[in-house]
Design a protein around this ligand. Structure first.
Ligand SMILES: [Zn+2]
Length: 205
């Protein structure tokens, strides 16, 4: 079976009449999460935060980075969440061992060209491939940077706290990077942390 057929087949077994009570569009806990598209977070991050279906807006992209700080797709979703759907607080959640950390943009570019993408197209549309991909050196630095971008974005009201958290995709542990109520940053301690310093020991930054 193809992937499409497998998914449609699974769906036929999943859907049951009246099994899922209707939920409101607005998040019951009035929060929005902005996190990474990492596969290990699927069906793991929300339960680790005590969240269930219907309780939070979840926005994802590669590396939970913002490459258009004023009005890009992430800002648009957050503004919609705040002004249309009752979001009162934002949680920026990066994670350890993120695939977007320290990627070699030149290797990505050569792979794109090898797969038939025209070098001219890349140079015209994404001349700064590293910036466009949102590559960062460390997930904690990226979380702190994204929190700052959101905090200073004039489209996001000042009464919306923006928190920064670091998630471990192996043991489900959350660390606070930035407390959005007090603006206190804990990034220095996390940046200095040894990989084996906590949890099951299989976390690595
Ligand atoms: Zn990631």
């Amino acid at each position: 079976m193809s992937k499409l057929e497998t998914i449609i087949s699974s769906n036929r077994n999943f859907v049951r009449p009246n099994a899922f009570p209707p939920l409101p569009k607005s998040p019951k806990k009035q929060i929005a999460i902005f996190t990474c598209m990492d596969t290990r977070l699927v069906d793991f991050l929300e339960p680790a935060m005590g969240l269930k279906r219907g309780e939070a807006k979840v926005i994802k992209n590669a590396g939970n980075t913002i490459v258009d700080p004023m009005s890009g797709a992430v800002i648009r979703s957050l503004v919609a969440g705040i002004f249309m759907l009752g979001v009162e607080e934002i949680f920026v959640i990066g994670h350890r061992d993120c695939g977007m950390a320290e990627i070699d943009a030149d290797l990505v570019k050569s792979d794109m060209i090898r797969r038939g993408i025209s070098p001219d197209v890349i140079d015209i549309h994404v001349p700064d491939l590293k910036q466009w991909l949102g590559i960062f050196s460390h997930p904690v630095e990226n979380i702190e940077r994204v929190v700052k971008i959101l905090r200073h974005n004039p489209l996001i009201p000042k009464d919306v706290p923006v928190h920064g958290l670091l998630f471990c995709p192996n043991d489900g542990h959350l660390d606070t990077v930035v407390n959005g109520y007090t603006l206190e940053s804990f990034s220095a301690g996390l940046l200095a942390e040894q990989p084996e310093a906590h949890g099951s020991g299989n976390c690595c930054l």
